[in-house]
Ligand binder design. Structure first.
Ligand code: ICS
Length: 519
């Protein structure tokens, strides 16, 4: 059984590593009162982890999708090159908007810059970017050597901002600032709150102004979500950050509700905006048909408006009518199979719904860099011990903005709604799992092979770093980060794309013809 499986897996480790890795595993047992899992701690040196760095989380994940900003990577060329287009966050310029998504900007630091300092090169890069591209803003992201040699990117940014009259934001997101990309999310969140949100006012376009947080338009997910929200009549003030602009984030404080898709990467802003401007946040999930329906109904209920509730039901009915039969068809081809999901900090949870809708059960799930609250729910936050790594990132304290704070819900109504929907709440991945199933944090290549070999799932949902290991073992691997050049997978139409892709991947006879190169 799974207990033996994990014991066998662990037995290959030397004592200290065994103890460490054991804490990052759990077999769900709802009979136990409180089950814990260790997360967001350093990977054991020498282990092949799938994690990224703080720079990846800041520049690559949170900043990168903003299309009106020239994102300058201050560092050696590799950091910029490997974050160039690989995440597949798409951007489409609307009227008058600028779009630099397809570019990659770097100071291309060389040995002399490391020895004598790179600030001059950075200033020159900003000058060129302003002259050639005329962006709405510039971001500077630091890579490891910048912090090590002590280039003062904040001073350079300040000077450039004064000289060119556009926002120039500096992010001290050196790769080593945290144990994973998660640290970079936090650094980006803090800077947006300090320097961007609340710097421009705006009148709502409809009665329902909202922000969409933690949605990055991977493979066009955001295009599908926006299509649905527009159809119902929502006014999307800003998106953080898929297909988004910095201009819109300036106005984000004018929304009446924050939707949180990816809790891990953006919960800091959601919390701070509630504190500072009084905007409640709702945990949503646009992955999966049922998730999408539930999300839309919760949103309508939040605004408590008959017209909106009715319109929501109309749209749901219309959209469902278009996809129901197609999905049922694919379900027949997938039913009874199992999946192992190992993705970032939210998708190993979100995608379980979508798999379930085509009859596939998730038997192992884990995050690369989720925190304990992403597993166990936000109620665990007060119990999480701060480590030296956590203290690397300044904890930003915000207070009520007396001028712009507005109470959106009475205290009673907030408490009432909280009972009916995840308002200001995320319950975590563990709740999605069944008893006996495995949760595993910061999974590595060795463990991947052992688990796949023993459990032989029909599909392994993961990323580029382990995709081909799985496929050489004869197991279909679907990249749940980049979607393997496909997508969108969100919303109603996305669910159809997903069902089609998974069904094709599972049912292709290819897997029967594969002999692993090591066999
Ligand atoms: Fe959030 Mo890859 Fe998101 Fe998540 Fe995050 Fe990353 Fe991607 Fe993955 C992400 S922000 S890049 S939902 S879009 S860092 S797929 S936690 S690891 S699961």
């Amino acid at each position: 059984d799974n207990k033996n499986l994990l014991e066998n897996l662990l037995s290959a480790y030397p004592g200290k590593s065994m103890k460490n890795r054991k804490e990052h595993m759990m077999i769900k047992d709802s009979g136990e009162e409180k089950q814990h899992i260790m997360a967001n701690t350093r990977t054991v040196p020498g282990i092949m982890t799938n994690r990224g760095c703080a720079y990846a989380g800041c520049k690559g994940v949170v900043l990168g999708p903003l299309k009106d900003v020239v994102h300058i990577t201050h560092g050696p060329i590799g950091c910029s090159y490997y974050t160039w287009g690989t995440r597949r966050h798409k951007g489409r310029a609307k009227d008058g908007e600028k779009n630099f998504i397809s570019y990659s900007f770097s100071t291309d630091m060389q040995d002399p810059d490391i020895v004598f300092g790179g600030e001059r090169k950075l200033k020159q890069a900003i000058k060129e970017a302003v002259e050639i591209f005329e962006p709405e803003a510039i971001s500077i992201s630091a890579t490891c050597p910048v912090g090590l040699i002590g280039d003062d990117i904040n001073a350079v940014a300040k000077e450039a901002q004064a000289e060119y009259g556009i926002p120039v934001l500096a992010f001290s997101c050196e790769g080593y600032k945290g144990v994973s990309q998660s640290a970079g999310h936090h650094i980006a969140n803090n800077n947006f709150m300090e320097n961007v949100v609340g710097t421009k006012d705006r009148e709502p376009k409809t009665k329902y102004p909202i922000n969409l947080l933690g949605e990055y338009n991977i493979g066009g997910d955001g295009f599908e979500i926006s299509r649905i929200l527009d159809k119902i009549g929502y006014d999307v003030v800003s998106i953080m950050t898929g297909d988004g602009t910095l201009e819109e984030i300036k106005e984000a404080h004018t929304a009446d509700l924050n939707l949180v898709q990816c809790h891990r990467s953006i919960n800091y802003i959601a919390e701070m905006m509630e504190e500072k401007y009084g905007i409640p946040w709702l945990k949503i999930n646009f992955i999966g048909v049922q998730g999408t329906i539930e999300t839309l109904r919760n949103m309508a209920k939040y605004f408590d408006d008959e017209e909106l509730i009715q319109r929501t039901e109309e749209v749901i009915e219309e959209e469902l009518g278009e996809i129901k039969d197609v999905i049922a068809q694919y379900k027949k081809m997938c039913e009874g199979n199992t999946a192992c999901l190992f993705v970032g900090g939210s998708r190993a949870h979100h995608y379980q719904n979508l798999f379930k809708e085509i009859g596939i059960e998730t038997v192992v799930a884990g995050y690369e860099f989720g925190h304990r609250d992403d597993y166990e729910g936000r109620e665990i936050i007060p119990d999480i011990e701060m480590t030296a790594d956590d203290r690397n990132i300044p904890e930003l304290k915000v207070t009520k903005d007396e001028k712009r704070y507005k109470l959106r819900l009475s205290e009673e109504r907030y408490e009432q709604l909280k009972k009916e929907m995840p308002l200001g709440e995320y319950k975590g991945l563990v709740t999605a799992m069944e008893d006996g199933q495995i949760l595993i944090d910061d999974l590595n290549h060795y463990e991947t092979e052992v688990l796949l070999d023993a459990l032989k799932p029909a599909v392994f949902g993961s990323g580029i770093k382990d995709k081909y290991v799985a496929q050489k073992m004869g197991i279909f691997s679907k990249q749940l980060h980049s979607y393997d050049y496909s997508g969108p997978y969100a919303g109603f139409k996305g669910a159809v794309n997903f069902a089609r892709d998974i069904s094709a991947g599972i049912n292709t006879p290819t897997w029967n013809y594969i002999t692993a190169p090591w066999k």
